[in-house]
Design a protein around this ligand. Structure first.
Ligand code: BTN
Length: 223
């Protein structure tokens, strides 16, 4: 069970979440300093769903990240939106990003999972790589209901995590594709072969197996 705390405008729900206890969910209408992966800015205007879940981690952090991505994907599928996961936890629809996830550990006792979903916000034409639910459905959707659906799925997925990796792999569209992935060690180009039991991406580059635990991947074909 989660306790939901709603805000109008905040800098970042991930920042606010730092002062809340496990089981809290911080949701805001707008963020003025939304944060993305790799220190990127995350645009967070009115109409999107911007929230952070505070967790007391009892399992490996990547399992919570994967569960969050799957919960968003399954919630979209319930709305008849076909979506796919881009490792580690972006959600794509129609070849464009609809959701990003940024998680941060606070010591050993708390994990913050920040989830940003383009819901009723229109995407600027210049941002060709992003899409929102309203653009796909052609009508407004109920963000509050979507939040509740995601939280309930997230809770169930993490409770029954035996087949989490298998379910995640089924939805991860990078697998079996040629990818380019930017890592801190440099760019890797090769075949995305698998995801291991620690949530790492296995890539084959020129016959050599590389295990990637963080990065930003691109492929020519996304769902
Ligand atoms: C990414 O794809 O780069 C991750 C984006 C994560 C955005 C969400 S919105 C809610 C939470 N608060 C933030 O500042 N960031 C995350």
């Amino acid at each position: 069970m989660f306790r939901i705390f709603k805000f109008d405008t905040v800098d970042s729900t991930n920042e606010i979440a730092k002062s809340y206890s496990p089981g809290s969910v911080i949701v805001a209408h707008c963020q003025t300093e939304g944060k993305g992966r790799f220190e990127r800015k995350w645009k967070s205007p009115l109409g999107g769903l911007w929230f952070s879940i505070v967790i007391r981690p009892e399992k490996e952090a990547y399992l919570y990240n994967f569960a969050a991505g799957l919960a968003v994907l399954e919630s979209l599928e319930e709305m008849n939106i076909a979506a796919g996961l881009k490792w580690p936890n972006d959600v794509y629809a129609k070849d464009r990003k609809i959701c990003g996830i940024l998680s941060k550990a606070i010591g050993h006792s708390r994990l913050i999972i920040g989830i940003g979903i383009n819901v009723n916000n229109k995407i600027n034409k210049a941002e060709r790589k992003a899409i929102s639910i309203i653009e796909i459905k052609g009508e407004k959707v109920d963000s509050e209901q979507l939040l509740l659906t995601i939280l309930s799925k997230f809770e169930q997925i993490i409770k029954n995590d035996k087949d989490l990796i298998k379910r995640y792999k089924e939805k991860c569209y990078l697998l079996g594709k040629k990818i380019r992935i930017r890592t801190q060690q440099g760019v890797i180009s090769g075949l995305a072969k698998d995801i291991d039991e620690y949530g790492r991406l296995i890539v084959e580059e020129n016959g050599k197996i590389i295990i990637v635990d963080e990065g930003d991947a691109t492929t020519s074909k996304q769902p």
